[in-house]
Structure formats: C-alpha cells, structure tokens
Design a protein around this ligand. Sequence first.
Ligand code: TGC
Ligand code: FAD
Length: 394
Amino acid sequence: MSVKQDLFQSPDYFLVDELLSEEHKLIRDTVRNYVKKEISPIIEDYAQRAEFPSHIVKQLGDLGCFGPTVPAEYGGGGLDYISYGLMMQELERGDSGVRSTASVQGSLVMYPMYAYGSEAQRKKFLPKLASGEWLGCFGLTEPNHGSDPGSMLTNIKDAGDYVILNGAKLWISNAPYAQVAVVWAKDEAGIIRGVIVERGMEGFSTPTTHSKWSLRASCTGELVFDNVKVPKENIFPNVQGLKGPLGCLTKARYGIAWGVIGAAMDCYDTALRYSKERIQFGKPIGGFQLQQKKLAEMITEITKAQLLNWRLGVLMSEGRVTPQQVSMAKRNSCEIATNICRDARQILGGMGITGEYPIMRHMMNLESVITYEGTHDIHLLITGMDITGLNAFK
Ligand code: TGC
Ligand code: FAD
C-alpha cells in the first residue's frame, strides 16, 4: 500500500451525505476525483523536495476551486458555502498546501476584491484570478506583528495620483508566485486600508522563506515594499479599519474548519486500513483494544466535526454566522485533526514516519494550520470574550 495508489474511502458514520444536495455531492466527488488523480500521485515528492507544484494553479481554476462563492459574472462559481467547504475538505485531504492555495486565492484575495473593491477592480482582477491565470496573495502579518495585526507598521503616504507604500510582510503564502498581492497598510491618519499591489511595481519584491518543516508543498515568502508607487485606483474604496482583513479571515477560517477534517479523514482511513492488514502477535493490530480505542475516538471526533461544519455552512450560506462561531469551528477542527494525525501515526508504527503514507506530511502541515489565520490560543480567547463579554486582549 502506498500513498501513490490513493485508496481513500471517505468515512461518513452519521450519514451526513444525506444532508447534502445532489449538487453538493457532485461538487465534492469532482474535487475528490481530481485529488485522487492529480494530487495524491505527486504531492509527497513535491513536499519532500519543498517545491510548490505551480501547475496545479490552472487546474484548480479550471475545477472552480477559486472563489466558488463569488458571483459567476466575475468568474466565480456563484455557489453556497457548503459547496465551498466540501471543496476545501477534499483539497486538504490531498494536502493542506493545496487547500491553502485555494483559500488564499478565494477568501483572502478574491473575496476582498469582490466585497470591498470598485467595479473596475472587480472586472480587472477577478476573472483572471478565478481562472487561475493569475495567482494572488494576502499580506497582513508583519515580522513584529502577528497575532496583533492592528499594530502593523506598513504604511501608505499620499502622493497625488499615487500612494507610496513602505514596509514588509512576513509568512505570506503564495507570495513568490503571485502576480497580485492584497496588502493591508496604515494611511497617514493611522487607518488600515487595503491596496492591490501588482508584480512589476518598482520597489516591490517577494523573497522566498526557506527551511520550513511544514506546508512544504506550499510556497511561503515575504512582501517587501520600498517606496512602491501604487495608483490610488488600486485602493479598496469600500472598507477601512481592521474589520477589512478580519472579514476576509472569517471566510478563510471557515474553509480551514472544513479543510483540516479532510486531512483527519485521510489519516483515519489510512490507519483503519493499515490496522486490518498489519499482523502482530498473530492477529491484525486492529483487533487489539488499544488500537480500537484510537480508531473509535478518531471517527467519533470526525463525525462531530462533520456535523458542526455542516451546520456552520448552513448558517454561513444564510448570512447568519458569527465570526466567533467560525473561530470555534476552526479551533476545534485543528485540534481534533492534529490529535487524529498523531494517533494515526502511532497505529502505523515505524511506517507512520515515512513518505509511503500521507500521515506524517499531514501532521507537519497541521502545525502551520493550527497557527495561521489566528493561533489556537487566539481563537480560544475570541470564544472566551464572546461568552463572558470580557476582552482578554486589552
Ligand atoms: P478588535 O478591536 O476586536 O476588532 C477590530 C474591528 O474588526 C472587527 N472584527 C471582525 N470583523 C470581521 N470578522 C472578524 N473575524 C472580526 N473580528 C473583529 C471588530 O468588530 C472591529 O470592528 P469595528 O467596526 O469596531 O472597527 O481588534 P483587535 O485589534 O483587538 O484584535 C482582535 C484579534 C486578536 C481577535 C484579531 O486581531 C485577530 O484575529 N488576530 C489574529 C490575526 C490573524 O488571524 N492573522 C492571520 C493572518 S492571514 C493568514 O494567516 C493567512 S494563512 C493563509 C493560508 O495559507 O491558508
Ligand atoms: P505571535 O503572534 O508572535 O504569537 C506567538 C505565541 O504567542 C502564540 O502561541 C500565540 O497564541 C501567543 N499569543 C499572542 N498573543 C497572545 C495573547 N494576547 N494572549 C495569549 N497568547 C498570545 N499571514 C498572512 O498575513 N498571510 C499569509 O498568507 C500567511 N500565511 C502563512 C503561512 C504559514 C506557513 C505560516 C506559518 C504563517 C502564515 N501567516 C500568514 C502568518 C500567521 O497568520 C501568523 O503566523 C499567526 O497569525 C501568528 O502570528 P506569529 O507567528 O507572529 O505569532
């Protein structure tokens, strides 16, 4: 058995499929088949080499994975949020880095252009991003401001038809391959504004971040702005303040809540199959109570998360979800997925650390996912503030 022969069978213990429409299932199965055919056979090699499989950008665009909830007139899919969640689940079943590429493009680049952008910005950028002709990135985090982006130093100064952008962003997914960057910077009044920075603008560079042990098949970099002249027509006219980037993060965190359950499902499915095939002490290790406890707890947590995600998707599609509900789901999904990967790795014994199986790669990836888009502790504090009304950040 090898990850290159993708034998994945999706666990569905509580018949959650029955909550999905035929269209949802079709979308889910289309992305699942794509992952089996195009991602699983190659992803381990790319991860081992720490290389981004850049050819998948066009494939993901063709598949409709970029901006699926953006209206069709701008190149999006005009789909609901359950469809989007299912896409993220299937992509992350393949690899968190692949889901990251789609999350950033759809939720962090296309969404703000659609929600906060001018009509000219929407028309210029969205169709090319939706099709995968262009790749985008999102610059919020700075070297000295991660969990506290409101203290950012990157800034714009008025210069007539232009603003002059200075500063630096760190840990930016897709940066080295991106044609456009959605960047958050403070104006002279200290108000956070969103600007679209295009590759080729003088003074703009995107050095690659090396030596990652996690998300190795995703390319991460910096955004460096040295007196970059950005035309004023590239500023988002319809949002000001930290709620701009945080509004994008609500969409992307939603995708993560679904996505990491894909990684957990892959680890569970792999461990279950292995436990039935691997013989020790004269019987399959799946017959030992200690291994059954791990497997039973995994499927219990996966099932609870599948139901939570489904409900979250309904609320999101109806426009009734709160950012705090999304935080709870992102945090819960990351925690259980991380634990499931660890237990799955143990079930595989020594084989669990090899690239013959996807588990160690998922495990390492999840160390980034539990940290980005708000760390585990930050999401706990968001829930804490919501239920007590007391703000632990200030
Ligand atoms: P605070 O005063 O609480 O809020 C400022 C304004 O924002 C509003 N708001 C939100 N709006 C929409 N969605 C949300 N989730 C929101 N959370 C807050 C809030 O109502 C307020 O609005 P207004 O009108 O009153 O101005 O802000 P704070 O400075 O106290 O910070 C709160 C905190 C810590 C929760 C926030 O800063 C935070 O979430 N920090 C975590 C930072 C983070 O998540 N960074 C992610 C960077 S991007 C990334 O990681 C991409 S990885 C991509 C990939 O590869 O998949
Ligand atoms: P810090 O904020 O320094 O936090 C360090 C520790 O302190 C954490 O455990 C944190 O929970 C804790 N902490 C901080 N404040 C508090 C508090 N008030 N109370 C209790 N504990 C606290 N950013 C982008 O803008 N765009 C991207 O595309 C992007 N992609 C990423 C890709 C990868 C692979 C990684 C690893 C990160 C990416 N990020 C991106 C950045 C990511 O969002 C940040 O790493 C994250 O928000 C945490 O910031 P930090 O690393 O500076 O940690």
